[in-house]
Design a protein around this ligand. Structure first.
Ligand SMILES: [Zn+2]
Length: 88
């Protein structure tokens, strides 16, 4: 039952499976919390706005992306830093 939280959050289950999951949901706090999180995320995605790409991308010029370890090479990698390089 626990694996259905994502599908339930997206209204992707129905019938007997939906009824069984909703019964499970009434007594499972983990699934309730997970459904709440998925539902909030789905709502935010629904509010996302598409924006046109920068002119450099629209013109077909290449854009480079590299991922470097945070703090350079002298320290062990932690959170990587993404460097976006756009041609001048
Ligand atoms: Zn559960």
């Amino acid at each position: 039952m626990h694996a259905l939280t994502g599908a339930y959050s997206l209204d992707a289950i129905e019938g007997r499976q939906l009824a069984r999951f909703e019964r499970h949901l009434r007594r499972c706090r983990d699934c309730t919390d997970e459904v709440r999180g998925f539902t909030a995320t789905a709502a935010m995605l629904g509010l996302a706005v598409a924006t046109p790409p920068p002119a450099e991308l629209a013109s077909g010029d290449r854009v480079g992306v590299t991922v470097e370890p945070a703090g350079g090479t002298s320290r062990p990698p932690t959170t990587p830093i993404v460097v976006l390089t756009v041609p001048a």
